[in-house]
Design a protein around this ligand. Structure first.
Ligand code: ADP
Ligand code: MG
Length: 314
C-alpha cells in the first residue's frame, strides 16, 4: 500500500510538551509538526505527556509522532510506553534513544567503535584523581555538561582551574549527573541524517556561527543570534569525512529514521562527535528543517519522511 494512503487512515498523535527542561521548545516543534500534518491532509492532534489523561490520549491514537525533547521524551521512556501499548512511533527505539540521550554512554560506544569524540572525565573523578590532574591531562579550557540534557542547558565553559569545583558543584546540584569534556577549538557543525528502510543519507552539513561564546540556549532559540552557513565551509575531503562520521555515529547507537549529529571539527581537521539528537528540534528556527531546505526538501516533505519512520519500524 502507498505509505501516504496508509497514514491518511490513521489518527496521528503529535507528542509535544512533556516535563523536561526543553518543554517550551517541544511545544513549538509540536505546533509546527501539527500544522504540517494537517496541511498534508492527515488527521492529527497534540498530546502532552504532562496532561493527567495522557494515557487515555495514547489509547485513541494509531500512530505517535514524537516531538518531545529531553527527559522522558527523547530518552526512551515514552518510546517504551508506546511500544508496550502497541502504538507505532516515529524515530529511534528504547535503547538507541537512551544511549543517545546519555552523552557518556554514547561516548563510550564512539570510543569502542573508533568514532572521534572529545576526551572526557566523569564526575565524581576517580579516587585519588584531582581537578588539577584533570586540567593537566585534558588542558584548559574545559566544558562541563549535564550527562542527559539538551538545548545547551547547563553547558558551561571552564577557563581556569580554580573555577572547576564551583561550576561542577553548581551543575551537579541542578542536573545530578555531570561530566567534563576537553574544549575543542574549531568549527561547530551539525549533520541531519535521514533514512528509512536502512538507506541512510546525510543532509547538507550546517555550520553554526554563534554571536555568543558558544551555541548556547539563547543562541539556539533567538532569531539572528546564530549564523547558519550551509553547506559548511569545509574542504571537500573533510566535508565527506564529517558526513560519514555522522552516519556512523547514528548507526553505532542504533538510531532509526532520523537524527541530527553535532560535530566539532577541530583546527587540525578531526570531526569530533559530541552530541547525537534522536529528536531534533522542528521549530521554524531549528537546524534540521534548515538542512532539509538546503537539500530542496520542504518542511512538509521532511515531516512526512519522519512520519514514515513509524511505518518502517512498525
Ligand atoms: N567539547 C566542546 N568544545 C567546544 N564547544 C563545545 C563542546 N561541547 C559542547 N560545546 C558547545 O556547546 C553546545 C551544546 O553542547 P552539546 O554537546 O551539543 O549539548 P546539547 O546540545 O545536548 O545541550 C555545542 O553546540 C557547542 O557550541
Ligand atoms: Mg547539541
Amino acid at each position: 500500500m502507498d505509505i501516504r494512503e496508509y497514514f491518511l487512515h490513521k489518527k496521528i498523535g503529535v507528542l509535544a510538551g512533556g516535563i523536561s527542561s526543553e518543554r517550551e521548545v517541544s511545544l513549538r516543534s509540536g505546533k509546527n509538526v501539527l500544522d504540517s500534518l494537517k496541511r498534508q491532509g492527515f488527521e492529527a492532534f497534540i498530546s502532552d505527556p504532562a496532561d493527567n489523561d495522557f494515557i487515555e490520549q495514547i489509547k485513541v491514537m494509531d500512530v505517535a509522532f514524537i516531538a518531545l525533547h529531553g527527559g522522558y521524551g527523547e530518552d526512551g521512556g515514552i518510546q517504551g510506553l508506546l511500544e508496550v501499548m502497541g502504538i507505532p512511533h516515529t524515530g529511534s527505539g528504547v535503547l538507541a534513544s537512551a544511549l543517545s540521550m546519555n552523552k557518556v554512554a554514547s561516548k563510550r560506544i564512539f570510543r569502542e567503535q573508533g568514532i572521534p569524540t572529545p576526551d572526557y572525565a566523569c564526575v565524581p573523578l576517580p579516587q585519588g584523581y584531582s581537578y588539577e590532574d584533570l586540567s593537566r591531562k585534558l588542558g584548559l579550557p574545559l566544558v562541563a555538561k549535564p550527562v542527559s540534557e539538551g538545548s545547551s542547558v547547563g553547558v558551561t565553559i571552564i577557563r581556569d582551574e580554580s573555577e572547576i569545583k564551583g561550576i561542577i558543584d553548581e551543575l551537579t546540584d541542578k542536573h545530578k549527573d555531570v561530566f567534563i569534556e576537553k574544549y575543542i577549538h574549531g568549527q561547530s557543525v551539525t549533520v541531519g541524517i535521514l533514512g528509512n528502510d536502512k538507506k541512510l543519507r546525510a543532509l547538507p552539513v550546517l555550520e553554526l556561527v554563534s554571536k555568543n561564546e558558544f551555541y548556547d540556549y539563547e543562541a539556539k532559540y533567538t532569531s539572528g543570534m546564530t549564523e547558519f552557513i550551509i553547506p559548511a565551509r569545509l574542504d571537500a575531503d573533510i566535508y565527506k569525512a564529517v558526513c560519514q562520521t555522522a552516519i556512523n555515529a547514528h548507526l553505532v547507537l542504533g538510531c532509526e529514521g532520523f537524527s541530527r549529529v553535532d560535530i566539532l571539527v577541530s583546527d587540525d581537521r578531526i570531526p569530533f562527535v559530541h552530541d547525537v539528537n534522536t529528536i531534533p528540534g522542528l521549530t521554524n528556527l531549528s537546524d534540521l528543517p534548515a538542512c532539509a531546505a538546503s537539500d530542496g526538501m520542504s518542511y512538509d516533505e521532511l515531516i512526512f519522511e519522519m512520519l514514515c519512520s513509524a511505518y518502517y519500524r512498525g
